[in-house]
Write a protein that binds this ligand. Structure first.
Ligand code: AMP
Length: 332
Protein backbone atom coordinates (compact mmCIF):
# COMPACT_ATOMS: atom_id res chain seq x y z
CA UNK A 1 0.00 0.00 0.00
CA UNK A 2 1.34 3.41 -0.97
CA UNK A 3 1.38 6.06 1.77
CA UNK A 4 -1.10 8.89 1.39
CA UNK A 5 0.15 12.41 0.75
CA UNK A 6 -2.02 15.55 0.78
CA UNK A 7 -1.00 18.96 -0.45
CA UNK A 8 -3.06 22.07 -1.05
CA UNK A 9 -2.30 25.38 -2.70
CA UNK A 10 -4.27 28.54 -2.19
CA UNK A 11 -5.46 29.93 -5.51
CA UNK A 12 -4.10 33.45 -5.46
CA UNK A 13 -3.01 33.88 -9.07
CA UNK A 14 -0.59 32.35 -11.49
CA UNK A 15 2.20 29.95 -10.51
CA UNK A 16 5.75 31.30 -10.68
CA UNK A 17 9.15 29.63 -10.95
CA UNK A 18 9.35 29.48 -7.13
CA UNK A 19 6.16 27.44 -6.96
CA UNK A 20 7.45 25.26 -9.78
CA UNK A 21 10.92 24.44 -8.49
CA UNK A 22 9.97 24.60 -4.81
CA UNK A 23 6.85 22.45 -4.98
CA UNK A 24 5.20 21.37 -8.23
CA UNK A 25 8.21 19.65 -9.76
CA UNK A 26 8.36 17.43 -6.66
CA UNK A 27 4.64 16.71 -6.86
CA UNK A 28 5.12 15.48 -10.41
CA UNK A 29 7.80 13.03 -9.27
CA UNK A 30 6.15 11.95 -6.06
CA UNK A 31 2.84 11.05 -7.70
CA UNK A 32 4.39 7.76 -8.84
CA UNK A 33 5.56 6.76 -5.35
CA UNK A 34 2.64 7.86 -3.20
CA UNK A 35 -1.13 7.97 -3.19
CA UNK A 36 -1.29 11.71 -3.80
CA UNK A 37 -4.14 14.17 -3.30
CA UNK A 38 -3.42 17.62 -4.69
CA UNK A 39 -6.17 20.13 -4.03
CA UNK A 40 -6.83 23.75 -4.83
CA UNK A 41 -7.68 25.39 -1.53
CA UNK A 42 -10.47 27.71 -2.57
CA UNK A 43 -12.24 27.49 0.82
CA UNK A 44 -9.08 28.72 2.54
CA UNK A 45 -8.85 31.65 0.17
CA UNK A 46 -12.28 32.98 1.26
CA UNK A 47 -10.63 34.50 4.34
CA UNK A 48 -9.42 37.32 2.07
CA UNK A 49 -12.82 37.83 0.37
CA UNK A 50 -11.88 37.46 -3.33
CA UNK A 51 -14.47 38.52 -5.90
CA UNK A 52 -16.29 35.56 -7.52
CA UNK A 53 -14.55 36.32 -10.84
CA UNK A 54 -11.09 36.44 -9.29
CA UNK A 55 -11.72 33.28 -7.28
CA UNK A 56 -12.86 31.31 -10.31
CA UNK A 57 -10.06 32.69 -12.48
CA UNK A 58 -7.38 31.81 -9.91
CA UNK A 59 -8.73 28.28 -9.40
CA UNK A 60 -8.68 27.80 -13.14
CA UNK A 61 -5.09 29.07 -13.36
CA UNK A 62 -3.87 26.58 -10.79
CA UNK A 63 -5.74 23.67 -12.37
CA UNK A 64 -4.40 24.47 -15.84
CA UNK A 65 -0.88 25.06 -14.57
CA UNK A 66 -0.73 21.93 -12.41
CA UNK A 67 -1.73 19.89 -15.46
CA UNK A 68 0.70 21.78 -17.72
CA UNK A 69 3.53 20.99 -15.29
CA UNK A 70 2.82 17.28 -15.50
CA UNK A 71 0.53 16.39 -12.61
CA UNK A 72 -1.34 13.46 -14.08
CA UNK A 73 -5.03 13.31 -13.12
CA UNK A 74 -5.02 9.53 -13.56
CA UNK A 75 -1.95 8.97 -11.43
CA UNK A 76 -2.90 11.35 -8.62
CA UNK A 77 -6.13 12.92 -7.40
CA UNK A 78 -6.33 16.59 -8.29
CA UNK A 79 -9.43 18.35 -6.99
CA UNK A 80 -10.96 21.61 -5.95
CA UNK A 81 -11.51 21.78 -2.19
CA UNK A 82 -15.05 23.19 -2.41
CA UNK A 83 -16.08 20.25 -4.63
CA UNK A 84 -15.68 17.99 -1.59
CA UNK A 85 -18.23 19.15 1.01
CA UNK A 86 -17.12 16.38 3.37
CA UNK A 87 -14.07 18.57 4.10
CA UNK A 88 -16.33 21.32 5.43
CA UNK A 89 -18.27 18.78 7.49
CA UNK A 90 -15.11 17.42 9.11
CA UNK A 91 -13.96 21.01 9.71
CA UNK A 92 -17.16 21.59 11.71
CA UNK A 93 -16.59 18.50 13.87
CA UNK A 94 -12.94 19.36 14.48
CA UNK A 95 -13.86 22.90 15.47
CA UNK A 96 -15.90 21.49 18.37
CA UNK A 97 -12.69 20.19 19.91
CA UNK A 98 -10.33 22.98 18.92
CA UNK A 99 -9.77 25.47 21.72
CA UNK A 100 -9.66 29.23 21.39
CA UNK A 101 -6.37 29.46 23.28
CA UNK A 102 -4.50 27.11 20.99
CA UNK A 103 -5.97 28.69 17.84
CA UNK A 104 -5.07 32.18 19.03
CA UNK A 105 -1.51 31.08 19.76
CA UNK A 106 -0.92 30.02 16.13
CA UNK A 107 1.87 32.11 14.64
CA UNK A 108 0.09 32.51 11.29
CA UNK A 109 -3.02 33.82 13.07
CA UNK A 110 -0.97 36.33 15.08
CA UNK A 111 0.72 37.45 11.82
CA UNK A 112 -2.66 37.99 10.16
CA UNK A 113 -3.98 39.96 13.14
CA UNK A 114 -1.02 42.26 12.69
CA UNK A 115 -1.13 42.46 8.88
CA UNK A 116 -4.89 42.76 8.36
CA UNK A 117 -6.41 44.14 11.59
CA UNK A 118 -9.61 45.13 9.75
CA UNK A 119 -10.42 41.56 8.72
CA UNK A 120 -9.73 39.22 11.63
CA UNK A 121 -12.48 36.75 10.79
CA UNK A 122 -13.26 33.37 12.37
CA UNK A 123 -12.02 31.65 9.22
CA UNK A 124 -8.54 32.98 9.93
CA UNK A 125 -8.70 31.78 13.52
CA UNK A 126 -9.83 28.32 12.44
CA UNK A 127 -7.48 28.05 9.46
CA UNK A 128 -5.59 25.24 11.27
CA UNK A 129 -8.76 23.20 11.76
CA UNK A 130 -9.62 23.49 8.06
CA UNK A 131 -6.08 22.44 7.22
CA UNK A 132 -6.42 19.52 9.63
CA UNK A 133 -9.68 18.55 7.92
CA UNK A 134 -7.92 18.64 4.51
CA UNK A 135 -5.32 16.18 5.78
CA UNK A 136 -7.43 13.97 8.04
CA UNK A 137 -10.23 13.56 5.50
CA UNK A 138 -7.88 11.26 3.53
CA UNK A 139 -6.09 9.95 6.63
CA UNK A 140 -2.85 11.21 5.10
CA UNK A 141 0.47 10.59 6.85
CA UNK A 142 2.71 12.86 4.82
CA UNK A 143 2.36 16.51 3.93
CA UNK A 144 4.96 18.13 1.68
CA UNK A 145 5.32 21.51 3.40
CA UNK A 146 8.16 23.66 4.63
CA UNK A 147 9.18 24.61 8.15
CA UNK A 148 6.70 27.50 8.25
CA UNK A 149 3.84 24.99 8.31
CA UNK A 150 5.24 22.79 11.08
CA UNK A 151 3.04 24.41 13.73
CA UNK A 152 -0.09 23.73 11.67
CA UNK A 153 0.89 20.11 11.25
CA UNK A 154 1.43 19.78 14.95
CA UNK A 155 -2.09 21.14 15.47
CA UNK A 156 -3.38 18.61 12.94
CA UNK A 157 -1.82 15.83 15.02
CA UNK A 158 -3.29 17.36 18.20
CA UNK A 159 -6.79 17.52 16.70
CA UNK A 160 -6.60 13.98 15.30
CA UNK A 161 -5.28 12.53 18.55
CA UNK A 162 -7.86 14.45 20.57
CA UNK A 163 -10.63 13.03 18.40
CA UNK A 164 -9.20 9.54 18.86
CA UNK A 165 -9.11 9.97 22.64
CA UNK A 166 -12.57 11.51 22.87
CA UNK A 167 -14.17 8.70 20.93
CA UNK A 168 -11.92 5.89 22.18
CA UNK A 169 -10.85 5.02 18.69
CA UNK A 170 -7.50 4.60 17.04
CA UNK A 171 -8.87 6.30 13.96
CA UNK A 172 -6.80 9.20 12.61
CA UNK A 173 -3.13 8.57 11.91
CA UNK A 174 -0.52 11.26 12.63
CA UNK A 175 0.65 13.30 9.66
CA UNK A 176 4.18 14.66 9.38
CA UNK A 177 5.89 17.18 7.14
CA UNK A 178 8.13 15.65 4.58
CA UNK A 179 10.35 16.76 1.79
CA UNK A 180 10.50 14.66 -1.33
CA UNK A 181 13.50 16.47 -2.73
CA UNK A 182 16.93 15.81 -1.22
CA UNK A 183 17.54 19.52 -1.08
CA UNK A 184 14.91 22.20 -0.82
CA UNK A 185 15.31 24.76 -3.58
CA UNK A 186 14.73 28.39 -2.71
CA UNK A 187 14.06 30.36 -5.85
CA UNK A 188 15.08 34.03 -5.49
CA UNK A 189 13.04 36.90 -6.86
CA UNK A 190 14.11 39.69 -9.20
CA UNK A 191 13.98 42.59 -6.74
CA UNK A 192 17.31 41.80 -5.14
CA UNK A 193 15.72 40.87 -1.81
CA UNK A 194 14.84 37.34 -0.82
CA UNK A 195 12.66 34.77 -2.50
CA UNK A 196 10.38 34.92 -5.50
CA UNK A 197 6.96 35.66 -4.10
CA UNK A 198 3.71 37.20 -5.27
CA UNK A 199 3.84 39.48 -2.26
CA UNK A 200 6.86 41.12 -3.91
CA UNK A 201 4.65 42.10 -6.86
CA UNK A 202 4.47 40.84 -10.46
CA UNK A 203 7.84 42.36 -11.33
CA UNK A 204 9.50 40.12 -8.71
CA UNK A 205 8.16 36.91 -10.28
CA UNK A 206 8.60 35.01 -13.51
CA UNK A 207 5.27 33.27 -14.03
CA UNK A 208 5.06 29.96 -15.87
CA UNK A 209 2.62 31.59 -18.28
CA UNK A 210 4.79 34.67 -18.96
CA UNK A 211 5.41 35.40 -22.64
CA UNK A 212 9.00 35.73 -23.93
CA UNK A 213 8.49 39.51 -24.17
CA UNK A 214 7.30 39.69 -20.57
CA UNK A 215 10.30 37.66 -19.38
CA UNK A 216 12.77 39.85 -21.32
CA UNK A 217 11.19 42.98 -19.88
CA UNK A 218 11.18 41.72 -16.28
CA UNK A 219 14.74 40.46 -16.54
CA UNK A 220 15.99 43.74 -17.99
CA UNK A 221 14.59 45.46 -14.89
CA UNK A 222 15.94 42.92 -12.39
CA UNK A 223 17.91 44.65 -9.65
CA UNK A 224 21.72 44.66 -9.95
CA UNK A 225 24.45 46.95 -8.62
CA UNK A 226 27.41 49.00 -9.87
CA UNK A 227 29.46 45.85 -10.56
CA UNK A 228 32.35 44.11 -8.78
CA UNK A 229 35.16 46.35 -7.59
CA UNK A 230 37.76 43.73 -6.69
CA UNK A 231 38.55 40.36 -8.22
CA UNK A 232 36.87 37.26 -6.77
CA UNK A 233 34.75 39.28 -4.36
CA UNK A 234 31.71 37.79 -2.60
CA UNK A 235 28.50 38.58 -4.48
CA UNK A 236 25.95 40.86 -2.79
CA UNK A 237 22.44 39.41 -2.41
CA UNK A 238 20.89 40.91 -5.57
CA UNK A 239 23.69 39.51 -7.76
CA UNK A 240 23.85 36.16 -5.98
CA UNK A 241 20.09 35.85 -6.54
CA UNK A 242 20.51 36.22 -10.30
CA UNK A 243 23.34 33.68 -10.29
CA UNK A 244 21.11 31.31 -8.30
CA UNK A 245 18.39 31.73 -10.93
CA UNK A 246 20.96 31.02 -13.64
CA UNK A 247 21.98 27.86 -11.82
CA UNK A 248 18.39 26.68 -12.03
CA UNK A 249 17.60 27.43 -15.68
CA UNK A 250 20.93 27.66 -17.54
CA UNK A 251 23.64 25.15 -18.41
CA UNK A 252 26.65 24.64 -16.13
CA UNK A 253 28.89 26.11 -18.87
CA UNK A 254 26.86 29.31 -19.07
CA UNK A 255 26.93 29.69 -15.30
CA UNK A 256 30.69 29.10 -15.17
CA UNK A 257 31.22 31.59 -18.00
CA UNK A 258 29.43 34.46 -16.21
CA UNK A 259 30.88 33.49 -12.85
CA UNK A 260 34.34 33.76 -14.42
CA UNK A 261 33.53 37.18 -15.87
CA UNK A 262 32.26 38.37 -12.49
CA UNK A 263 35.41 37.17 -10.73
CA UNK A 264 37.56 38.98 -13.30
CA UNK A 265 35.41 42.13 -12.97
CA UNK A 266 34.59 41.85 -16.67
CA UNK A 267 30.88 41.06 -16.37
CA UNK A 268 28.34 43.19 -18.24
CA UNK A 269 25.06 42.86 -16.41
CA UNK A 270 23.09 43.64 -19.58
CA UNK A 271 24.51 40.55 -21.33
CA UNK A 272 24.20 38.46 -18.20
CA UNK A 273 20.51 39.30 -17.77
CA UNK A 274 19.81 38.82 -21.49
CA UNK A 275 21.31 35.33 -21.35
CA UNK A 276 19.31 34.55 -18.21
CA UNK A 277 16.12 35.78 -19.91
CA UNK A 278 16.72 33.59 -22.99
CA UNK A 279 17.38 30.52 -20.83
CA UNK A 280 14.23 31.18 -18.83
CA UNK A 281 12.27 31.48 -22.05
CA UNK A 282 13.69 28.15 -23.27
CA UNK A 283 12.79 26.53 -19.98
CA UNK A 284 9.30 28.05 -19.83
CA UNK A 285 8.28 27.54 -23.46
CA UNK A 286 6.97 23.96 -23.36
CA UNK A 287 5.03 24.65 -20.14
CA UNK A 288 3.67 27.94 -21.48
CA UNK A 289 2.52 26.29 -24.70
CA UNK A 290 0.77 23.58 -22.72
CA UNK A 291 -0.86 26.25 -20.52
CA UNK A 292 -2.16 27.99 -23.64
CA UNK A 293 -3.57 24.75 -25.06
CA UNK A 294 -5.21 23.66 -21.82
CA UNK A 295 -6.69 27.10 -21.13
CA UNK A 296 -8.76 26.76 -24.28
CA UNK A 297 -10.01 23.27 -23.45
CA UNK A 298 -12.80 23.91 -20.96
CA UNK A 299 -14.35 20.49 -21.65
CA UNK A 300 -11.17 18.76 -20.60
CA UNK A 301 -10.77 20.94 -17.50
CA UNK A 302 -14.34 20.17 -16.49
CA UNK A 303 -13.68 16.46 -16.94
CA UNK A 304 -10.51 16.60 -14.85
CA UNK A 305 -12.22 18.57 -12.06
CA UNK A 306 -15.18 16.16 -11.99
CA UNK A 307 -12.99 13.08 -12.04
CA UNK A 308 -10.82 14.50 -9.25
CA UNK A 309 -13.84 15.44 -7.15
CA UNK A 310 -15.27 11.92 -7.55
CA UNK A 311 -12.03 10.27 -6.49
CA UNK A 312 -11.53 12.66 -3.56
CA UNK A 313 -15.14 12.23 -2.43
CA UNK A 314 -14.86 8.47 -2.48
CA UNK A 315 -12.10 8.69 0.11
CA UNK A 316 -13.78 11.57 1.99
CA UNK A 317 -17.17 9.85 2.20
CA UNK A 318 -15.64 6.82 3.82
CA UNK A 319 -13.95 8.98 6.47
CA UNK A 320 -17.08 11.02 7.15
CA UNK A 321 -19.21 7.91 7.45
CA UNK A 322 -16.77 6.46 10.02
CA UNK A 323 -16.53 9.78 11.86
CA UNK A 324 -20.30 10.23 12.06
CA UNK A 325 -20.68 6.78 13.45
CA UNK A 326 -17.87 7.30 16.00
CA UNK A 327 -19.42 10.61 17.10
CA UNK A 328 -22.76 8.88 17.63
CA UNK A 329 -24.77 10.08 14.62
CA UNK A 330 -26.50 6.80 13.93
CA UNK A 331 -29.49 5.98 11.81
CA UNK A 332 -32.64 4.83 13.59
P1 AMP B 1 2.70 30.27 -2.24
O1 AMP B 1 2.12 30.52 -3.59
O2 AMP B 1 3.67 31.34 -1.81
O3 AMP B 1 1.69 29.92 -1.21
O4 AMP B 1 3.63 28.97 -2.38
C1 AMP B 1 3.16 27.68 -2.64
C2 AMP B 1 4.32 26.71 -2.50
O5 AMP B 1 5.31 27.00 -3.49
C3 AMP B 1 5.04 26.84 -1.15
O6 AMP B 1 4.59 25.90 -0.23
C4 AMP B 1 6.48 26.57 -1.47
O7 AMP B 1 6.77 25.20 -1.34
C5 AMP B 1 6.62 26.92 -2.92
N1 AMP B 1 7.32 28.20 -3.12
C6 AMP B 1 6.77 29.43 -3.23
N2 AMP B 1 7.69 30.37 -3.48
C7 AMP B 1 8.89 29.72 -3.51
C8 AMP B 1 10.25 30.13 -3.75
N3 AMP B 1 10.56 31.39 -4.03
N4 AMP B 1 11.21 29.19 -3.71
C9 AMP B 1 10.91 27.90 -3.45
N5 AMP B 1 9.66 27.45 -3.25
C10 AMP B 1 8.65 28.33 -3.27
Amino acid sequence: MKETVVSGIRPTGQLHLGNYFGAVTNFVKMQYDYNCYFFIADLHSLTTHPTPQDLHGYVRHVLVEYLACGIDPEQSTIYIQSDVPEVAELYLYLNMNAYMGELERSTSFKDKVRSQPDNVNAGLLTYPTLMAADILIHKAVKVPVGKDQEQHLEMTRTFGNRFNRLYHADYFPEAFAFSYAQQLVKVPGLDGKGKMSKSGGDSNCIYLADSPEAIRKKMSRAVTDGGPTVENQAKPEAIQNLFDLMKIVSSADTLAHFDGLYNQMAIRYGDFKKQLAEDMILFNSPIRERIEELSKDTDYLRKVARHGAEKARESARKTISDVRSLIGFKAF
